[in-house]
Write a protein of this length. Sequence first.
Length: 132
Amino acid sequence: MLTDGEFLEWTEAYGHLYGTSKGEVDRIVALGKDVLMDLDTSGALNIKKMYPDAVLIFLLPPSFEELKERIIKRGSEDKEEIEKRLKGAAAEYERRHEYDYQVVNEDVLEACSEIAEIVEYVRGVEQDGKDK
């Protein structure tokens, strides 16, 4: 798929390849459905270039100390990998202003509720053709 240009965006992160299928996104959008993606900053901004109506939501940890604790608790990365992830997170944090919305994920249910409110708001604006 990569060599055939079938990805909207792709990246290698932390030793793994990740990508978003253009065909699958187009199929879902054609059905009139929303597409929710978990992307790094560069992927998200590339999507915004291709789909200017896309709404970008930057999900933030309550603090970098909390982020570090969450990564450590997972137990899936060694100390070097944790430092790489934190460095990457800090670089992405600097680009949060390029997103349409920011949500702090202190409580997962609260964050999900806030994201759902944003989606409903944006749907309403799109249907009305004006800001509410």
